[in-house]
Design a protein around this ligand. Sequence first.
Ligand code: SF4
Length: 613
Amino acid sequence: MINKDTLDKILSRVEKPARYIGNEINSYNKNTKEVKVRFAFAFPDIYEVGMSHLGLHILYNLLNKEEDVFCERVFAPWVDMEHELRKYNIPLYALESKDPINEFDFVGFTLQYEMSYTNVLNMLNLAHIPLLSKDRKEGDPFIIAGGPCAYNPEPLADIIDFFVIGESEELILEIIEIYKKWKENNRTREEFLEDVSQIQGVYVPKFYEVTYNQDGTIKEFRPKTDKYPSVIKKRIIKNLDEVYFPDRVIVPYIETVHDRVMLEIFRGCTRGCRFCQAGMIYRPVRERSVDRLLDYAQKLVEITGHEEISLSSLSTSDYSKLEELVKSLIDKFKDKKIGLSLPSLRLDSFSLDIIQEIQKVRKTGLTFAPEAGSQRLRDIINKGINEEDLINSVRDAFYLGWSTVKLYFMIGLPYENYDDILGIKDLAYKVKDTYFGLPKDKRKGNLKVTVSTSCFVPKPFTPFQWFGQDTIETFKEKQRYLGSSIKDKKITYNFHDPELSFLEAVFARGDRRLSKALIIAWQKGCKFDGWADYFNYEKWKEAFRETEIDPSFYANRHREYDEVLPWDFIDVGVSKKYLIKENEKAKEGILTRDCRKGCTGCGINISFTGGVC
Ligand code: SF4
């Protein structure tokens, strides 16, 4: 354990010391001498962000249910705390025991966002753990990683000892079992990696080698020997009702991003938006039953005291029993004044009934994601909604008393032109006109329309994975064009930083050669890249220059179907053939139906047998 007096001294000097003290209600504390496995769940961002992540609560509780396993938490310390830790040479410690995480058996990072990679390095360094997998010795913890970014693990191949591909709660206990046996038998680090490499869903990068063509593209990716699988197949849970879901959740002392009960109602999505990685990698759709959800809600409200329940999923309105669930939840909690939030509602199935039900309790802002400004482009991306849907939903909402609307779009989508961009402005103006089209006595509040545009990032395992991203200059030009076309005080325009989105695209479609640039960028001081105040693109440019890596090779280059992609060795169940077919349909603006209305042949039901679709 680190020195308590020094820690107290430090904590009195940093902003929000509650980020670093642990001991919150429902957190675990175990006798570290009595457990066999110590696991540090590492979130490469600050406490408030990490504590809002449902996956943390699931894995934390799942592991701690095992008597001989102690899972603790560690977050990226904010810069003031980092300064103090370095000044007093205190290694990064876990919140529960305050022991340095370099004494643990595992440090498991969740990779939610490519721009957290420098924080992974920073945390390893703060923990006095070698950055490169090859430099770790017997006795060092195993550094593992999972989460959505692990579906292209290659940019971190030199850093992470092994990746977990798919839904970690399905295989984490298998890894722990193998570890316990390995530890009892006093075998080598290498032997443990050999053992876990045999588990479906585990990828150990050091057992694979890559060769390159002269033009820099990948020639071949293969296991070093045939002991290792040539394809890593993701792991999924088949029945969400049977899988573990925590009925206790830590309640932080300080406000976090989401201070509410998060109820995961289903996984997967059948809509098939062509830009959306989550919609492909989390297939197939698996729902939780209403009874099970009501039961969890009851327990979690009681044990946390939260005053809001949020229904979490990729597309909440697609839950087949949404109305029944919402009505039952409201009924159950109306006396306790528990609010209900339904993020990720879609326009086309936006039910007036449901809005009315939510309104009985509490009213929050409305968020819609048309994604593209024109019907032509919405068809290209297979968004499957039309303007009438949006306007009708918005009108209904205005009648019911809402006056704040947020509209999310992307710019730089494949086959976009300037008319599509102008369509964003037109849609925002139509929303405004809808409000003022209401009789005066029906308009409540003050209208506020916020238009936000993010920059399209081509992601692995999507039909647009081959598409080159717009350059930073083009993004800026498009943002200027849209910004100057919006001249109404009721409409605010926000946009994402194109430089950040460019880097996201570099790492999203990157390969293992990028590790070098990542390390240099971190050495130059890059961290918290996802935070506007800390993002320093100039340092990144220097890092690429010094490592002679051309980042646009990864971000802006169109790829051919026959190119070997860095993530081709991972099997997510959705076939490449299907992705190609979808990309070809996009070019023609041909829609693909929601596969709940009939299978469209993505392939997941072939690779993942067991009647999941
Ligand atoms: S196999 Fe068919 S039904 Fe299942 S997710 Fe794929 S397209 Fe949809």
